[in-house]
Design a protein around this ligand. Structure first.
Ligand code: SF4
Length: 444
């Protein structure tokens, strides 16, 4: 039987940088409660699954993982399982039944601060029903003791929720409407990273360009927030994600100036067909997107632009799809995440449109775009050969021999070097490249 004094917690995260950051919040509250964080579930007293519903089969993946915890509980019945994030938010109490009562506590995306209370209540309950925190007042991000998983790269959430209601997206339903933090609160969080001499901070929001839209003060907007970050003593500032409808010329202008804002924009285009874009409720046309793309390339030297694309959205004809092909050929993204459409219960698309593009057609379209994008990514990467870039060394590469780092435009670079360089900025000359990244050597 595990001793009360050796409380250990294991956290598993699915999804994007924002969810990763939520897990840093969960890690922070658990550490304050005296938990030691561990990398393997087997020794844990509390297992927390922080879920995401953006990708396909999120529920299936979660359920197969809860099977592992069920097995662990057979050996150690005192182990507690908590499920948080989007799936928890969408399924709520239903999760008890879907996990065969394996889950002990369930919490929403903005109820991280409730986790210690839930653990206490779960331990004391007299039946198998999971305890829940869903409808309470959302966490005040300022009050959460985020524990940065990296000692040199920090994350700051600037907005929570989203009010765009793109027809395919579950986010506004699971995380609520847009809520922007006040600039002072964001900047004081940044000051803590400066004090700890972090190399990089990433600003996070479902749609960072909508920052401030809910605060009804025209001076509070994303371009001004970025400008404030240029005054801060941090070598690098990144942000994710951008939205073509809300991105302003002022944001592009700040990025184009000589400052600490990194030259990478992740901006989801989703489709090149105006008809699809309208049905998706995206708020822009193909032409508007391409013009934004031209602005970014003209104003921000060596900018790298990555995107998300959905194929097989309801009603997508061959002609609609060819518009996406054409857009991707013109835009020449540095990278693209390409997905087959799959309906999410509760979204506008789910209610309004039949999922009528056959699976084989979706698959063929996906493969066509993947092949095309691989070629473009390779060409974009090859254009860096012979140049020297500032690289932030993040970790050992998977081969455990070379180092892995990122350029300011967020390109992955592999190169030989001493592990003592991890966490430092070095200059790397690029000797080779392929679609996956760049290869080089440190220049002293
Ligand atoms: S902008 Fe659209 S796709 Fe992005 S989070 Fe909001 S609703 Fe979802």
């Amino acid at each position: 039987m595990t001793q009360e004094t050796t409380k250990r917690a294991y956290i598993h995260t699915w999804g994007c940088q924002m969810n990763e950051h939520k897990s840093e919040g969960i890690a922070g509250v658990l550490t304050e409660e005296g938990y030691e964080l561990i990398d393997s579930m087997d020794e844990a007293d509390v297992v927390v699954y922080n879920t995401c519903m953006v990708r396909e089969k999120a529920v299936d993946k979660l359920l197969s993982h809860t099977g592992l915890v069920a097995k662990l509980k057979k050996k150690r019945p005192e182990v507690l399982l908590g499920i948080g994030g989007c799936v928890a938010q969408a399924l709520k109490g239903e999760l008890s039944e879907r996990t065969n009562q394996t889950v002990d506590f369930i919490f929403g995306s903005s109820q991280i601060g409730e986790v210690p209370r839930l653990i206490r209540e779960a331990k004391m309950r007299t039946n198998q029903r999971a305890v829940m925190a869903m409808e309470r007042i959302p966490d005040k991000l300022e009050d959460l003791p985020f524990l940065s998983f990296s000692p040199f790269q920090g994350k700051i959430t600037i907005t929570e929720g989203c009010s765009n209601f793109c027809s395919f997206c579950i986010v506004p339903y699971t995380t609520g409407l847009l809520r922007s933090r006040l600039p002072g609160s964001i900047l004081s969080e940044a000051a803590q990273f400066v004090e700890k001499k972090f190399q990089e901070v990433q600003l996070l929001g479902q749609n960072v360009d909508s920052y401030g839209n809910d605060l009804k003060d025209s001076d509070i907007n994303f371009a001004n927030l970025l400008k404030a970050f240029t005054e801060i003593d941090l070598p690098r500032v990144r942000f994710i994600s951008s939205h073509p409808q809300d991105m302003t010329d002022d944001v592009v202008k700040v990025m184009g100036e000589d400052n600490n804002i990194c030259e990478h924009i992740h901006v989801a285009v989703q489709s090149g067909s105006d008809r699809m874009l309208e049905n998706m409720r995206r708020g822009y046309t193909k032409e508007r997107f391409l013009s934004l793309m031209r602005d970014m390339k003209e104003n921000v030297e060596e900018v790298s632009v990555t995107t998300d694309v959905i194929v097989g959205y309801p009603g997508e004809t061959e002609e609609d799809f060819e518009q996406t092909v054409d857009l991707m050929q013109q835009a020449r993204f540095d990278g693209a995440f390409i997905f087959k459409y799959s309906p999410r219960p509760g979204t506008i698309s789910y209610l309004k449109y039949e999922d009528d593009v056959p699976f084989e057609t979706k698959q063929a379209r996906l493969e066509k775009l993947l092949v095309m994008q691989k070629q473009i990514s390779e060409e974009q990467n090859e254009a860096t050969i012979g140049k020297t870039y500032e690289v932030l060394v993040e970790k050992m590469a998977r081969d455990q021999v070379r180092l892995l780092g990122k350029t300011r435009p967020n390109k992955t670079v592999l190169f030989p070097g001493n592990p003592s360089l991890i966490g430092k900025l070095v200059n790397v000359k690029i000797n080779d490249a392929d679609m996956g990244g760049l290869y080089g050597e440190v220049i002293v």
